[in-house]
Design a protein around this ligand. Structure first.
Ligand SMILES: Nc1ncnc2c1ncn2[C@@H]1O[C@H](COP(=O)(O)OP(=O)(O)OP(=O)(O)O)[C@@H](O)[C@H]1O
Length: 502
């Protein structure tokens, strides 16, 4: 093998040498001589490449080993086999490895050691095999090179490795992932920051640790049950979606005033389904192509969230407004108050529609898409029609059933003599769960149920008074414009009774 390596190295340098001579010839020799010499050298070069190609084939023919590679990406899509192998190797071989990395999982309860080596040996049914991790050395712009795992084994074990060992690795990885399940919260990097790096940097992530569950979510219990059932049916619906010929994904539109629990609901969904969350910031995305690439790089079993969709992108009026702004400021984006990304973002409504249910959206499955908005009426109907956003969920003001959940969460009480009064006040007021929760939070370490509930009663009473005051102010006739009011008023007075000047 050593000899073979030496021969290859020599052959490689001969080829490089010939290439150099060819390049030099072009500069210094007369045309006639140059052509003859060039033809001669090219023929030599072809002979050498031919020999090298055949020597490669001979080596692979006589080598007793077979290699399988598992790249990090297949096209634009993340290769989940890569992650599975990474998980398997990290946890399996940590007892033998000499270099380890430590990290904490599950609320600092346990320390996990993972392998930090590029060559790992493994054994299966008494056979030896080797894994090698290859990582690109450069981070060039649009680097097509990517990380991959290479598995090498003896050709006699081909059947057992391809049919049994690889399945075993995937199953083990699943189990390890379930045991140490750490869900992730991803956010897309602004175009500018990922442009110069490898594709893997399109999303950044942290461990997702939001504690909200449907149990702690304050809302009408019937509505809550309906949503839970819908989510569970979706997560078990692989065969159903295949049977009806629909991509396995579902859209939810959460709408309602601020503080009604839309973000809390998303966290509860993720915790119920055990999915990762991708928080997509539309305003930093350059164009529809980038949007599609982001989608391609999400994993299955995930919730893709577009919060405050009406604010993130005014899909109809925004570009016009920007154009006006730019014209005002003589094409200087900074003077126009636009960020660099705003200036260049070209995500369109059709791009977004394609993202949700275009042909690309079917690549990768078991995905939930959630839009949130405070103003449903502002959204383009095409964006939220049934089929795209399958379920429209109104998150509303806190009523008694929702209050009971908050009282249980915050004060550990299920009944109290103030509950009756609170029920009545909640019916009359428009207080959002966030404000109710704020009142129920103890200001000291000791949970004083009585004073928390009293606080809430007072707040509700204030809220109702304010509501009544606003209503009465609205009812008073108020001209929109003082001048027009007086013109209107004057016109109502008969001409005869108006003062006239002679
Ligand atoms: N329905 C709810 N159940 C339980 N807690 C809630 C609920 N609504 C609000 N809260 C509490 O209020 C806080 C703010 O709520 P959240 O961010 O989920 O509201 P939101 O509707 O997403 O608001 P925004 O529209 O401003 O983003 C939460 O951290 C949570 O503690």
């Amino acid at each position: 093998m050593m000899m073979m390596g030496k021969t290859w190295a020599e052959m490689g340098s001969s080829i490089a040498g010939l290439m150099f001579v060819l390049a030099t010839l072009q500069q210094f020799f007369p045309h006639q001589l140059r052509t003859t010499l060039q033809e001669f050298l090219l023929a030599k070069l072809q002979q050498l490449s031919f020999v090298q190609k055949w020597s490669d084939r001979m080596v692979s023919f006589f080598s007793p080993h077979i290699c399988i590679t598992f790249p990090e990406f297949c096209g634009y899509q993340y290769n989940e086999a890569f992650t599975a192998i990474e998980t398997y190797l990290s946890f399996k071989s940590s007892s033998k490895a000499k270099q380890l990395k430590a990290s904490l999982v599950k609320d600092f309860k346990s320390l996990v050691l993972v392998v930090d080596e590029n060559d790992i040996a493994d054994e299966f049914n008494g056979f030896k095999l080797w894994w090698t991790l290859s990582v690109p050395k450069t981070q060039a712009v649009y680097n097509e090179e990517m990380s991959y795992y290479k598995l090498t084994f003896h050709r006699h074990q081909r059947e057992i490795i391809t049919k049994q060992y690889l399945n075993y690795v995937l199953e083990e990885a699943k189990e390890i992932q379930a045991r140490n399940s750490q869900r992730k919260l991803y956010t897309n990097n602004p175009s500018g920051s990922w442009n110069g790096y490898k594709r893997r940097y399109m999303w950044s992530h942290i461990v997702f640790e939001h504690p909200a569950t449907f149990q702690t979510l304050a809302m009408d219990p019937k509505k809550k049950e309906e949503i839970i059932n819908d989510l569970i049916a979706f997560s078990k619906g692989k065969e159903y979606y295949a049977k009806i010929g629909k991509a396995w994904k579902r859209g939810y539109l959460l709408y309602g005033p601020p503080g009604t629990g839309k973000s809390t609901m998303i966290a509860a969904m993720a915790n119920l389904l055990n999915y990762d969350v991708y928080d997509l910031e539309l305003t930093t995305i350059r164009d529809n192509t980038e949007l599609r690439r982001l989608l391609m790089e999400t994993s299955r079993k995930s919730i893709i969230v577009l919060e405050d969709i009406d604010c993130s992108l005014d899909l109809t009026g925004r570009r016009k407004k920007m154009k006006e702004k730019m014209e005002d400021k003589e094409t200087d984006p900074t003077k126009a108050g636009l960020t660099e990304n705003e200036e260049t973002s070209k995500v369109t409504l059709s791009g977004l529609l394609n993202f949700i249910d275009g042909i690309w959206s079917a690549c990768g499955s078991e995905r939930v898409i959630v839009f949130t908005t405070n103003h449903k009426e502002k959204l383009d109907p095409a964006l939220i029609r049934r089929g795209r956003m399958d379920m429209h969920i109104e998150m509303s003001y806190c009523k008694f059933e929702a209050f009971k959940v908050l009282a249980k969460n915050y004060l550990d009480v299920e009944s109290h003599n103030l509950f009756g009064k609170i029920k009545g006040l909640l019916e009359e007021s428009n207080m959002v769960p966030a404000d109710v929760a704020e009142n129920l939070m103890s200001k000291s370490d000791i949970k004083d149920v009585e004073s928390c509930l009293e606080n809430l009663v007072q707040s509700l009473e204030r809220d109702i008074k304010q509501k009544a005051k606003l209503k009465s102010e609205k009812n008073v006739f108020r001209p929109r414009h003082k001048f027009s009011y007086w013109v209107k008023f004057r016109n109502k007075i008969p001409t005869s009774s108006r003062m006239s000047t002679v």
